[in-house]
Design a protein around this ligand. Structure first.
Ligand code: GAR
Length: 203
């Protein structure tokens, strides 16, 4: 399975996907990175890993639909089967989702449906919860509202700040996201309507 990754920034999630998937015998390979931010560090990571990278600066597009169509064209022209949003700080439109039906995944740094949107670890601290985590889900048009595939929890410790909690959550993201991609690539996870069918536990 050919995986395209969309990312906007540091790219530690992109790195985790490449490290886990771009190895001999893997059922999925990261073949393309699309980054919407010129100069983002994730582009250096792609160059080092030998993954083809395309920069599509969203600020040059007047509508989200035009931008999404261009991103979809780039991925489709490289025979992409699965799209992973990995620290991609944009909502995707129906224009994009219609090109990759049931084949767009996102990782979010909270136990959805709690704390969708921006700054999820900060939201968790403000709510004074004692457990949070991360979620890998199929993407729909909403903000972090798509069908949930797998989740991992982490404790919120009394002396946590946003940085320490984010680091603990991201350790789990880097483990969980590649595991989900492998499960999707081997048909152990599928989507029927909005219902996720799991043929094994991914934790
Ligand atoms: C990750 O923690 C990811 O879950 C989060 O951004 C971080 C990106 O880190 N995504 C979102 O909050 C999307 N709603 P990275 O650039 O090092 O991969």
């Amino acid at each position: 399975m050919r995986v395209g990754v969309l990312a906007s920034g540091n790219g530690s999630t992109f790195q985790a996907l490449v490290d886990a998937l771009n190895v001999e015998g893997s059922p999925a390979t990261v073949t393309t990175l699309v980054c919407n931010v010129p100069g983002a560090y994730v582009l250096e990571r792609a160059a080092k890993a030998g993954v083809e990278a395309v920069v599509i600066d969203h600020s040059r597009y007047t509508t989200r639909a035009d931008y999404d169509a261009r991103v979809a064209d780039e991925l489709a022209s490289r025979a992409t089967n699965l799209v992973c949003l990995a620290g991609y700080m944009r909502l995707v439109t129906q224009v994009f989702l219609a090109r990759f039906p049931g084949a767009v995944l996102n990782v979010h740094p909270a136990l959805l449906p709690s704390f969708p949107g921006l700054h999820a670890p900060r939201q968790a601290l403000a709510a004074r919860v004692t457990i949070t985590g991360c979620t890998v889900h199929y993407v729909d048009e909403g903000t972090d509202t798509g069908p949930i595939i797998a989740q991992a929890s982490v404790p919120v410790l009394p002396d946590d700040d946003a940085a320490s909690l984010t680091a603990r959550i991201q350790r789990e993201e880097r483990r969980l996201f590649p595991a989900v991609v492998k499960a999707v690539a081997t048909g152990r996870v599928t989507l029927e309507g909005r219902r996720v069918i799991r043929r094994e536990v991914i934790a």
